[in-house]
Design a protein around this ligand. Structure first.
Ligand SMILES: [Zn+2]
Length: 96
């Protein structure tokens, strides 16, 4: 199975291409099944392609922090910790 990441500008409400569960993928980086452009939920992504799933999560958190940062100079500590956790998880999966 091959996966790809795509930057989409709209929310998608479609069933996951692997487990069939309805997923609501936010706009931004989304995990898809290569060849079919069918979205894959993060649970299935974590099972089949942990590093790409971690990268999708990292991108979501980074976008959220970027939005906060536009409105305040210092994002809340919890948001920065989320970003650090997402980065750490990605680094762990990327090194496997
Ligand atoms: Zn799934």
């Amino acid at each position: 199975m091959q996966f790809l990441l795509e930057n989409r500008d709209a929310i998608r409400n479609e069933p996951c291409g692997l487990c069939g569960r309805l997923l609501s993928a936010p706009a931004g980086i989304q995990l898809l099944l290569a060849g079919s452009a069918t979205p894959v939920c993060l649970d299935c992504g974590r099972k089949h392609t942990p590093s790409l799933a971690a990268l999708v999560h990292l991108a979501e958190v980074a976008v959220r922090i970027g939005r906060i940062h536009r409105h305040s100079v210092f994002p809340p500590l919890t948001a920065l910790l989320d970003l650090a956790n997402a980065a750490e998880k990605y680094a762990q999966t990327a090194n496997q």
